[in-house]
Design a protein around this ligand. Structure first.
Ligand code: NDP
Length: 318
């Protein structure tokens, strides 16, 4: 497994990050969830992503359990704060109160004294940005957090945070952004990627497989395969239901010859594509079975050539 710097920071992250959003404590049984982490470690993945809100904290607990016995210094653990975690008025957002309390709760659930990366899961326009940045900076000073990041912030929000941190003289800047980014969802390209490259903000590209759609297993005109995420009915997230139209699925099938010629599975092609995009430090995958982790992680180190990248663009069009 190759590693890359997270943006301009000194932190090295594995090219593949394993994330446990829906797959730990929600759609996937505990034993499978634990074996996915094991498979990730076996494949050389060292970076793991979770959040306070995933499965109401159960995902962090499971990740902590799965990593027990693993030398703490050999892995990078990332978690997040902002989305609602309880019924109380302060159980959400990026106030100083919620950030400090939620971080302590995450550390307890993960069974660790610090996380390597702490991310603002969303922007909170009801909390002054300086309050958030100072609370984040304090967590680093307390040794509970090593690096700071954001997720799904706009270019203007990232710019504002960088400028304000400079004005406030904060030493601990944002080093990463975690956006949804895959062949079918490219909204970061016009503004967020150029700003991030310029400012040294590393992209942690989540859902490189578009929740499984880019593996090619969903076929036009056919019901989703039994046991797949899309087959989980009302529990399947909106995004996957939205991208399951026949026209799109047909175009995804047209990627198959490109994958075959490169000697890759379609899942590997999708991950390798993400890793070729400018500013991407790591591709943040999910999996419901350990074999998927092994397959997807093999895309690390693959460098698609320009011709393959061009043909993918041409196939998928706008
Ligand atoms: P992916 O796009 O990687 O989809 C993963 C799913 O695709 C798997 O659970 C599996 O679903 C299917 N799959 C994976 N590999 C294969 C394979 N080789 N063959 C067939 N099917 C496969 O991303 P996720 O939606 O799981 O998200 C990944 C991570 O991104 C999350 O865990 C989280 O850490 C992060 N994330 C961050 C968000 C944010 O706001 N910051 C939001 C959402 C996610 P199945 O087998 O069930 O069909």
């Amino acid at each position: 497994m190759e590693h890359r710097h997270l943006g301009r920071s000194g932190l090295l992250v594995s090219e593949i990050t394993y994330g446990n959003w829906l797959t730990h404590g929600e759609l996937v049984a505990r034993a499978a969830a634990l074996s996915c982490v094991r498979a990730a470690l076996d494949a050389g993945v060292t970076t793991f992503d979770t959040a306070d809100v995933y499965a109401r904290g159960a995902a962090e607990e499971l990740l902590g359990e799965a990593l027990r016995g693993v030398r703490r210094e050999s892995v990078e653990i990332a978690t997040k704060v902002c989305l609602r975690t309880g019924d109380g008025p302060n159980d959400q957002g990026l106030s100083r109160k919620h950030i400090l309390e939620s971080c302590n709760a995450s550390l307890r659930r993960l069974g660790t004294d610090y996380v390597d990366l702490y991310q603002a899961h969303r922007f909170d326009d009801e909390t002054p940005l300086d309050e958030t940045l100072i609370a984040f900076d304090d967590l680093v000073r307390q040794g509970k957090v090593l690096y700071l990041g954001v997720s799904e912030w706009t270019a203007a929000q990232i710019r504002a945070a960088l400028d304000l941190a400079d004005q406030l003289g904060l030493r601990n800047r944002i080093v990463s952004n975690q956006p949804q980014y895959n062949m079918l969802w490219r909204v970061v390209e016009p503004e967020i990627l150029p700003l991030s490259v310029q400012e040294g903000i590393g992209q942690i590209a989540f859902q490189p497989l578009a929740q499984g759609v880019l593996t090619g297993k969903y076929r036009p005109g056919q019901p989703p395969p039994v046991g797949s995420r899309a087959a989980s009915g009302g529990r399947a997230p909106m995004f996957i239901r939205r991208v399951l139209g026949d026209e799109l699925l047909r175009r995804v099938q047209e990627l198959r010859p490109i994958a075959d010629e490169a000697g890759l599975s379609m899942a590997q092609l999708a991950v390798a594509w993400t890793l070729r995009r400018p500013g991407v430090s790591t591709a943040l995958i999910g999996a419901s079975r350990p074999e998927q982790v092994t397959e997807n992680a093999a895309a690390a180190g693959v460098r698609l050539d320009d011709e393959a990248m061009r043909r993918i663009d041409e196939t998928l069009g706008d």
